[in-house]
Design a protein around this ligand. Structure first.
Ligand SMILES: [Zn+2]
Length: 468
């Protein structure tokens, strides 16, 4: 066998005379299937499904806080829209959870320089009650500084945790700089703090606070926990630098509702082979309550649903495409966990989630590179004209598919450009106007291409068969 390969290389080595300029021992790059390329290029220029979905959802439903009536209205909207688009097996898979509901909130410096600061409560914050609490601010430049501080420095005070988050294309700062929000409240509570405020986990300089979830762990009792806007945090730092004691009055009212209902909305493009492993795509339907959740994650459900719809329009795929609009992602991935539990017996060819805004896809990664190199190379060749690079060291992306992947589903990540994402993420500014329609279409083209390559082949004109 080695001799045959060697002989082939010798033939190849002679090729420059025939016009080639180099040889390689790597397999030749795969070429995109012309039908997939044509579909990709059509979608890039013509998709309107994604815009229609995100425009419709953000306009007709608006904010969709998990396990509230607004999220229920969003599920009703989803069922109507997905049914009207021709998806099959459209249904809601309900689950119950404890909902956390925001009330009135405000903060002000009482002394030495009285003035209002803009704040929002973090998820699972304790309520101050309408009267609020008043305490002296104690400053920490990181969550680690708070962690090692003596209890005596914190007890009875309002902890303020600062940080220096900067934008990155891959969004990697969210892990490191998200720590003040995720762990800060627990450390502050364990040390006896009255309350805690963090600099918003954001990269903008607008007076918009960034909401987000946190949990009190390790036996910490819930205390009021909020996020100040970035400009207000910088203002507070300047006030603190004057060296005088700083007193804040903080009002963060909230309440919880036990046994509140959420749910996942499921829709399918049935495949020709109902027993073939499924292509699972989606995003999350719920949003934080400060805005209409256009980039988080109206865009993600719009992109993945539009891609599935383009597959439907092209014919019938061999494999079923399942779209899930997950419920209650923001408070901690409740929808993804409920879905994985309900569908433990299902088998997947791939699972992918879009939940990082609406800016262009710039690279992708998947373990198919190791498990199915031929398909991987075809995928890379098909995505390359969209200026999408291969990322060898990528990881699975998406809270909603985490449990499904943990149970063994192969994954794909189509990574979006994250430079702008944390300017708007979880703020009152997450609105439709932040979505660039041209970049949105590039996303739909990328997801359509991925589904087409992994579909097992699309039969034009084939009749869909309901799986019901
Ligand atoms: Zn999200």
């Amino acid at each position: 066998m080695m001799r045959t390969v060697f002989a082939a290389l010798l033939v190849a080595a002679a090729a420059p005379a025939l016009g080639q300029t180099s040889i390689t021992t790597l397999p030749p790059p795969a070429v995109a299937d012309p039908k997939v390329a044509a579909l990709r290029d059509f979608v890039l220029d013509n998709d309107h499904y994604a815009w229609d979905i995100v425009e419709g959802l953000t306009t007709e439903v608006g904010q969709r806080l998990a396990a509230t009536d607004a999220e229920a209205r969003a599920r009703d909207w989803a069922v109507r829209r997905l049914t009207a688009m021709g998806f099959r097996n459209v249904h809601v898979e309900p689950f119950t959870m404890t909902a956390w509901i925001r009330g009135p909130e405000s903060s002000e410096i009482v002394s030495p320089f009285p003035q209002k600061l803009v704040v929002t409560a973090l998820g699972n914050s304790a309520s101050t009650g309408p009267a609020g609490v008043t305490g002296q601010i104690v400053y920490f430049d990181s969550v680690d500084a708070l962690r090692v501080a003596p209890d005596s420095a914190v007890r009875g005070k309002i902890v303020f945790i600062d940080h220096q988050m900067t934008p990155t294309q891959d969004g990697s700062g969210y892990g490191q700089f998200g720590a003040p929000r995720r762990q800060g409240p627990t450390f502050a509570s364990l040390k006896g703090a009255l309350a805690v405020v963090v600099r918003s986990i954001g990269t903008d300089h607008h007076r918009n606070p960034h909401a987000g979830v946190q949990y009190f762990t390790d036996g910490a009792k819930p205390i009021p926990a909020g996020a100040l806007t970035v400009p207000d945090s910088e203002q507070l730092v300047r006030i603190l630098k004057r060296g005088r004691p700083v007193t804040m009055h903080l009002t963060l009212v909230s309440h919880t509702l036990d046994n509140a209902q959420s749910g996942n909305v499921v829709a399918e493009v049935p495949g020709r082979d109902p027993n073939a492993p499924i292509l699972l795509v989606g995003g999350h339907l719920d949003s934080w309550d400060l805005a209409t959740g256009a980039i988080d994650d109206g865009a993600g459900i719009a992109i993945t649903t539009a891609a599935a719809k383009h597959i439907m329009d092209a014919g019938q795929p061999e494999r079923t495409v399942r779209v899930v609009w997950f419920g209650a992602e923001e408070p901690g991935g409740f929808g993804g966990a409920a879905y994985a539990k309900a569908h433990a017996a299902d088998r997947y060819a791939i699972a992918g989630e879009s939940d990082f805004g609406a800016d262009r896809v710039w690279r992708f990664s998947t373990k198919l590179k190791d498990t199915d190199p031929a398909t991987y190379r075809e995928l890379a060749a098909s995505l390359a004209p969209l200026s999408i690079l291969q990322n060898d060291s990528g990881t699975a992306d998406g809270t909603d598919i985490e449990a499904t992947i943990a149970a063994g589903a192969p994954w794909i990540s189509l990574n979006q450009d994250g430079i702008r994402y944390f300017d708007v993420h979880h703020t009152p500014d997450d609105t439709l106007d932040k979505i660039d329609p041209v970049q949105l279409r590039q996303n739909v083209a990328a997801w359509t291409t991925m589904l087409a390559v992994l579909s097992g082949g699309i039969e034009p004109g084939a009749k869909q068969q309901s799986r019901r």
